[in-house]
Design a protein around this ligand. Structure first.
Ligand SMILES: [Zn+2]
Length: 331
């Protein structure tokens, strides 16, 4: 049986269990956290300010809550510019028993530091391959997948370079890819095209945030290219209201697409994007409702069951699909 690298070592694929494929134990810009730690970060609902060095306890609390609900594993797609810190992740995993699968990659909508502007896609692929085969940040923790992103600016020159680097690292190592997409900007078709041009096995590509589209036909058109679709932002009303997310998911299940879908929340235990008072205003305006690492277990699955989701479909999306995407082999 195949194994999957985690922050506490390789896991038997059969031991992944119920898996949330897109949750963040930490989401912050590492440069801001290093240079201006006094800014701190925020957590939760109600919003509270958290000092930079207090983020670990918040992540532990989030991890414990999902473990109590039966989640065994998360994939944490923190990459460069999302504060990826595998020692932090390992401490959270050891404190809670949650299995945490880490990524390599770069989370950028365009910006790259000079050190990567002056290097080509192959040199960036070398960095990703190092994380997958040698270990991350001087540890022996290995990345199990590769993260890249395209958002409102579209597939810019820099974003394309990161995608080609991710693709080449995938071809060289067999590691799967998770690509952040923006349905409103229709980024996914071009992202998929780049992966195909580079010879990536599209059955190992997960397009994240497909569930921000209310249109099941749009999501299905991506699945028909051979990729996986992430319905992974439940609770983030600012991108699409919960009821519309559920309606699209139900339609896809009715069309027999459970074997290409993921359910997650893209929750961030802490996030440094907004000042606490701004985040509170956003919550007050209804931009996120019940957004938490618990929302899949507490609210999404009950709504889908009520809509006719079978036990088999549920197990497919939460247990079998993560194994197939991560290893390329059926459970
Ligand atoms: Zn995310």
């Amino acid at each position: 049986m195949a194994t999957v690298e985690s922050v506490t070592g390789p896991l038997e694929a059969a031991d992944l269990g119920t898996t949330l494929v897109h949750e963040h134990l930490l989401a912050r810009d590492e440069a801001v956290a290093f240079q201006f730690p006094q800014l701190g970060t925020t957590a939760g609902d109600p919003v509270r300010a958290v000092p930079t060095d207090g983020a670990e306890q918040v992540a532990i609390d989030c991890a414990r809550a999902i473990v109590e609900r039966g989640v065994k594993t998360i994939c944490d797609p923190a990459a460069m510019f999302l504060g990826r810190d595998v020692q932090f992740m390992r401490r959270v995993a050891e404190a809670t028993g949650l299995q945490v699968v880490a990524a390599t990659g770069i989370y950028t909508y365009d910006h790259l530091p000079t050190a990567l502007m002056t290097r080509d896609a192959d040199a960036i692929a070398d960095l990703f391959v190092h994380d997958i085969t040698e270990g991350i940040q001087g540890t022996d923790v290995k990345a199990a997948f590769i993260k890249c992103a395209a958002d409102e600016p579209g597939v810019t020159e820099n974003v394309e370079k990161v995608h080609r680097a991710a693709a080449r690292a995938s071809v060289r190592t067999g590691a799967p890819i998770m690509a952040h997409s923006r349905p409103l900007s229709d980024t996914a078709p071009r992202q998929i095209e780049i992966f195909a041009e580079e010879g990536v096995d599209l059955a190992r590509v997960q397009i994240a945030h497909c569930g921000d589209s209310p249109d099941p036909a749009y999501i299905e058109s991506l699945i028909e290219r051979g990729v996986w679709a992430g319905l992974d932002r439940f609770g983030l009303e600012m991108y699409l209201p919960f009821d519309q997310r559920i309606a699209a998911a139900r339609a896809l299940l009715e069309r027999g697409r459970a074997d290409r879908l993921f359910i997650s929340a893209d929750y961030c235990a802490t996030i440094d994007w907004f000042a606490p008072e701004v985040e509170q205003q956003m919550l007050d305006a209804g931009m996120a409702i019940d957004w938490s690492m618990n929302i899949v277990l507490d609210k999404v699955l009950p709504a889908l069951r009520e809509g006719g989701m079978t036990e088999e479909q549920e197990r497919t999306m939460l247990v079998a699909n993560p194994v197939r995407w991560l290893t390329g082999e059926p459970l």
